[in-house]
Design a protein around this ligand. Structure first.
Ligand code: GCO
Ligand code: MG
Length: 403
């Protein structure tokens, strides 16, 4: 007889930063968890799940993952968007965790087995100026990283993405967002110097990455891509907002610097033209914000047809649950490129138990059944939710700009 879902609950916890987790339990005694964290808007997803999704899960067959996905996507009438797709992702990843545990297999085996033994990853180096950023790169090299994203402060700008906020990609516990400042001309003059310095000090083998974090217009992005060509980046990320996918035609036509996009995407429709027109090299859509394994697998398969590889988002606001599930996905996915890897706050290890590891610049996923991440609900209760926001960003005349 088919198993059935008997309980599902949302766990909101803040061990160093906020995380939202869905736990699903079945009549046969299995349980699985999925990440539902949407940085700075956490409670919206928690409510979507607890108030609207959980009541419809009780009694369903946990093995019917595809039907449950369609039920929550088509069945809700209101499609897409980060809140909806993060909620669906939490259910989806929890159900894949349960299915893999029921099969007695690590998740990557259920997806089709290993395409590789370990995964190339990159981490974040940053500094208030170029020298400090180079020292940060040296520190990462000493830890074994083979690929490093580099961000450095721009003279004259007080607070910019990836450099001046607490953890580079973190939210602050506070009642309103901090404000950054931005000047595109200064940035475009300065950014190539960072990579000139990096190649001069560290040579040509290290994989270098950079995130423009949606700040540029398409023609400015093309200029930056051209100016960075001598330094042979692994990728240049989020050069311009991608709501207008056609904007990437301008960038693509003018530069050979590899392009990565997609950490804010929710569905395959957000990257359909980017992929089918081969306007990008790496797709960064990730399990938690793009509908879980069931949907990201569809994106990755489309990408594979067009020579686009995966480079999943892995900032520290993506919980250990997403990192665990992503590593199983990465181990399987034939068109894998790289995995972003950020260290979670120390307190996160009190709440979540995981079995992946980092060695010699590579990530290794665990071999236990499921995705290998569990949550300790008693420990989670010791870290209550605290309101947090991502920064906002303004041009120097005060105009609100893309963060
Ligand atoms: C990255 C991202 C992050 C995001 C953050 C938002 O490349 O890792 O740009 O730093 O800003 O994840 O919540
Ligand atoms: Mg980014």
């Amino acid at each position: 007889m088919a198993d059935r879902i008997v309980a599902a609950r949302v766990i909101v916890t803040s061990p160093g930063r906020n995380f939202v987790t869905l736990k699903i339990e079945t009549a046969s005694g299995l349980s699985g968890i999925g990440d539902a964290t949407l940085n700075g808007r956490e409670l919206a997803v928690a409510s979507y799940l607890a108030d609207h999704v959980v009541p419809t899960l009780i009694g369903r067959d946990p093995a019917a993952i595809e039907d449950t996905w369609q039920y929550l996507y088509r069945g809700a009438y209101w499609r897409r968007g980060p809140v909806t797709m993060s909620a669906i992702a939490a259910v989806d990843v929890a159900l894949w965790d349960i299915k893999a545990k029921a099969a007695g297999m690590p998740l990557y085996q259920l997806l089709g087995g290993a395409s590789r033994e370990s995964m190339l990853c990159y981490s974040h180096a940053n500094g208030a100026d170029i020298e400090a950023a180079m020292d940060s790169v040296a520190g990462h090299l000493a830890q074994g990283y083979k690929a490093i994203r580099v961000q450095a402060g721009v003279p004259g700008l007080k607070r910019i993405y990836g450099v001046h906020s607490a953890h580079g990609d973190s939210t602050q516990h506070q009642d309103r967002p901090d404000e950054g400042d931005w000047d595109t001309a200064s940035y475009l003059r300065h950014a190539p110097r960072i990579f000139e310095a990096a190649r001069a000090r560290f040579g040509e083998e290290l994989h270098l990455l950079h995130d423009a974090h949606h700040r540029l217009l398409p023609n400015e992005a093309a200029r930056l891509g051209q100016d960075l060509e001598p330094y042979r980046l692994f990728w240049l990320e989020d050069v311009t907002p991608a709501e207008n996918q056609a904007a990437f035609r301008t960038v693509r036509a003018k530069t050979t610097t590899p392009l990565a996009v997609g950490e804010v995407f929710n569905t395959i429709w957000d990257c359909q033209a980017l992929i089918t027109e081969q306007l990008i090299d790496y797709i960064r859509a990730t399990l938690v914000h793009a509908g879980g394994i069931t949907h990201v697998r569809r994106i990755a398969d489309l990408a594979a047809l067009y020579g686009v590889r995966t480079g999943f988002h892995g900032a520290s606001d993506l919980s250990p649950v997403t990192m665990g599930a992503a590593l199983h996905f990465d181990r399987w996915v034939p068109n894998f490129g790289i995995q972003e890897y950020s260290i979670h706050p120390n307190e996160a290890a009190e709440v979540f138990q995981w079995n992946w590891s980092f060695r010699d610049g590579m990530l290794h996923c665990g071999e236990t059944p499921g995705h290998g991440v569990e949550i300790d609900e008693t420990a989670a209760a010791k870290f209550p939710y605290r309101r947090s926001y991502l920064d906002v960003n303004r041009l120097q005349d005060g105009t609100l700009w893309n963060w």
